[in-house]
Ligand binder design. Structure first.
Ligand code: SF4
Ligand code: SF4
Length: 104
């Protein structure tokens, strides 16, 4: 399990008008969703989060601070306490939650 979690802020993302992170992620982790955000763009998501090496390149290249890495513990705490802005996506935690749900 990685120490860092990838966070995406869907409402800040210019998605199909930008795609810088999609294009430049060296591991081809990222892709666009089919849904629209409030700005009318298809925001980015992780299509292959397992391939992410936490290199941080997407964070560096994003002009809108819509994608970044945080400590996994911090992300867990923020999600648990609801201290995240609308449209926050943390694929690694969503996978964890799905697994937990599946063990019932
Ligand atoms: S941290 Fe690196 S490998 Fe992971 S999504 Fe961003 S650019 Fe891709
Ligand atoms: S670089 Fe930023 S704004 Fe552009 S698609 Fe990626 S997350 Fe969205």
């Amino acid at each position: 399990m990685r120490d860092k979690a990838l966070v995406m802020l869907e409402e800040r993302c210019k998605g199909d008008q930008c795609q810088l992170c999609v294009e430049f992620c060296p591991k081809h982790v990222l892709c666009l969703t089919e849904k629209y955000n409030r700005k009318g763009y298809h925001p980015v998501t992780a299509c292959d989060i397992d391939a992410c090496t936490s290199c941080g390149f997407c964070e560096l290249i994003c002009p809108d601070m819509a994608i970044f890495l945080v400590d996994r513990d911090e992300a867990e705490e923020a999600v648990k306490t609801g201290m995240v802005e609308e449209g926050t996506v943390v694929p690694e935690l969503e996978i964890d939650a799905a697994k937990e749900g599946g063990t019932d």
